[in-house]
Design a protein around this ligand. Structure first.
Ligand SMILES: [Fe+2]
Length: 298
């Protein structure tokens, strides 16, 4: 990779809700490089920060990047977004989904493009395919639960594990670590990673999200998404707890609907998440049916 920014330029998370003293990681983080935010995304963020963002200008920026255009159209045509019609152009996607959604979808597409690996493209592709499903299911769930914007849910679904491909790129042995962490579960996910690599995907993901200029709530969610005590802690901002709960619920739904191995943390997170969102078993079954139907899985 070339033209990489270093993690050193990224501010540390706020002390208040830091579960771990990450100053210990500084020496490791110095060795790791994160991809810079793509130019097209920087231009979209600049436009979105205006008082009155220009729809046409955002459309033109997306269209100037063919891979981004293809990615945005692919997501816009997902049955989980429920548009019920074929979206054939960026201007059509903008008018149907709105600026915020398109900007967040473009952010998600950009992270996938930036971390697609080198020689072992297949592992990266299957990682991102699964992450995109999690993102879409998260966006759908956000429409059914209170207090979470579905465009933010989508971005978080895609970004929350972005430290995983970073670790895959940095440590060839990380795939074995990941397999171990997934099967052992029971809240040890990041501990297993730390034992093997000296860092974790939550911490790396936080630095990446921060350096790309994503909202603080989202960055904190990435950092804390495997931290059960932070999820339970009422001092953790509500928006952060919502995102953590949502992504675990989305991963559980995904495994339930697709029949794959799913979320190793679910055993521990299930009860507090159900309580947090006020969900019963019947609600979960109904949500799962709706997702299966949208994805045409019966
Ligand atoms: Fe994770």
């Amino acid at each position: 990779m070339e033209d990489l920014t270093t993690l050193a330029a990224v501010p540390m998370p706020t002390e208040k809700i830091m579960p771990t003293d990450i100053s210990n990681y500084e020496s490791i983080l110095k060795d790791l490089s994160i991809p810079p935010r793509p130019e097209a995304l920087t231009r979209i963020f600049a436009e979105m920060s205006q008082d009155d963002p220009d729809l046409n200008r955002v459309g033109k920026i997306v269209q100037s990047d063919p891979a981004m255009t293809a990615g945005v159209l692919q997501v816009a045509n997902s049955p989980l977004l429920g548009l019920n019609r074929k979206v054939g152009s960026i201007s059509q996607a903008l008018s149907l989904l709105g600026l915020k959604n398109i900007s967040n979808i473009a952010t998600g597409v950009a992270i996938r493009q930036s971390l697609k690996g080198g020689g072992d493209g297949k592992a990266f592709q299957s990682f991102w395919d699964a992450a995109e499903k999690t993102a879409l299911i998260s966006a759908y769930l956000a429409t059914q639960l209170r207090g979470i914007a579905s465009d933010v849910a989508f971005t978080f679904g895609l970004f929350h594990d972005c430290g995983v491909p970073l670790l895959m790129m940095r440590f060839p042995r990380y795939k074995a670590t990941l397999a171990k962490a997934k099967t052992q579960g029971s809240g040890d996910f990041t501990t297993i990673e730390e034992d093997d690599t000296g860092t974790s995907h939550s911490i790396l993901g936080y630095f990446l999200a921060k350096s790309w200029g994503l909202p603080d709530e989202l960055c904190q969610g990435v950092l804390l998404h495997h931290d059960l005590s932070a999820f339970r802690d009422k001092h953790t901002p509500g928006g952060v707890r919502n995102l953590i709960g949502l992504v675990h619920l989305a991963e559980y739904m995904q495994s339930r609907v697709m029949g794959n191995s799913g979320d190793a943390d679910w055993i521990q997170f299930e009860e507090p998440i159900m309580e947090h969102f006020g969900l019963g078993e019947e609600d979960v079954a109904n949500l799962s049916d709706a997702i299966a139907e949208a994805l045409h899985i019966h």
